[in-house]
Design a protein around this ligand. Structure first.
Ligand SMILES: C[S@@+](CC[C@H](N)C(=O)[O-])C[C@H]1O[C@@H](n2cnc3c(N)ncnc32)[C@H](O)[C@@H]1O
Length: 246
């Protein structure tokens, strides 16, 4: 599984909370420059996927529609699986338009039928099922829809590292559980604070990441170092210690 959460074409810069670096998302050649940057990298990522592997591209309203057309060409549009909406609904609103409160995650398979563990994506049925119809429904619930309502970690949350644009662990843990098996390899080439790597290792997967910023990598390494390997062999391989206290 490969997940990337690259700069979104915000045409601005991001500073970390503690002033330890950040990253630039401005593009001298505008959108064309940005899309060529993405294309060159995604084209190199696709061959790295296993035959039943999945690729996720996390963007927002600014460039996702251009990136979708581009990825349809790179992956073959028949291998497109879902447009996941991460709905966070936090922060203030504006009087000018509806609040922009979601990001979009495009899911492509290397082939038309990538691995998907539907049982990890189950949520309760929307109503109590009548006994006489119970045989028609899965007892563990239905497979969730493509809108993922997950809050952003607030600044006082233990998981919050201060790295700008850090994504919630709950979102990445869900993707890791649904799209990889224990022992599989998960890669994130724009790993920032390392959320995807922490999620993967915590779920008993192997992980690798890279980032342009050495400050981001220092944060990611520190987060990974707070994971304690459970060598008892029971259940999940890793437990997370509270990063604030450890
Ligand atoms: C949206 S953030 C990723 C946040 C990450 N998902 C997290 O949860 O912390 C984008 C990241 O891409 C990195 N980046 C920017 N340009 C890059 C490049 N050319 N190669 C690798 N990483 C880059 C930035 O340093 C930043 O950490």
């Amino acid at each position: 599984m490969i997940y990337i959460d690259p700069p979104f074409f915000t045409e601005s810069g991001f500073k970390s909370r503690k002033g330890e670096g950040g990253f630039d998302d401005t593009w001298v050649g505008g959108l064309d420059d940005y899309l060529s940057f993405l294309r060159a990298r995604i084209e190199l990522m696709r061959p790295l996927l296993a035959g039943d592997g999945s690729f996720f591209l996390h963007l927002d309203w600014r460039a996702v529609h251009y990136a979708k057309v581009m990825c349809d060409a790179i992956f073959d549009r028949r291998n497109f699986q879902n447009e996941l909406i991460w709905s966070y609904n936090s922060g203030g609103g504006t009087k000018a338009r509806y609040g922009r409160k979601h990001d979009t995650i495009l899911w492509y398979g290397k082939t038309a039928h990538p691995f998907f563990n539907a049982d990890e994506a189950r949520v309760p049925h929307s109503a109590v099922i009548a006994k006489k119809r119970a045989h028609l429904f899965h007892p563990a619930g239905k497979v969730r829809g493509d809108v993922l309502g997950i809050p952003r970690p607030p600044n006082h949350a233990a998981e919050w590292t201060g790295w700008p644009t850090q994504k919630p662990l709950a979102l990445l843990s869900l993707l890791v559980r649904c799209h990889s098996r224990p022992g599989d390899l998960v890669g994130d080439f724009f790993c920032g604070s390392g959320t995807a790597l922490v999620a993967a290792i915590s779920e008993g997967r192997k992980a690798f990441g890279c980032d342009l910023s050495s400050d981001a990598l220092a944060i990611a390494r520190k987060r990974i170092a707070t994971l304690e390997i459970d060598r008892s062999g029971s259940g999940r391989q890793v437990m997370s210690k509270d990063p604030v206290t450890s």
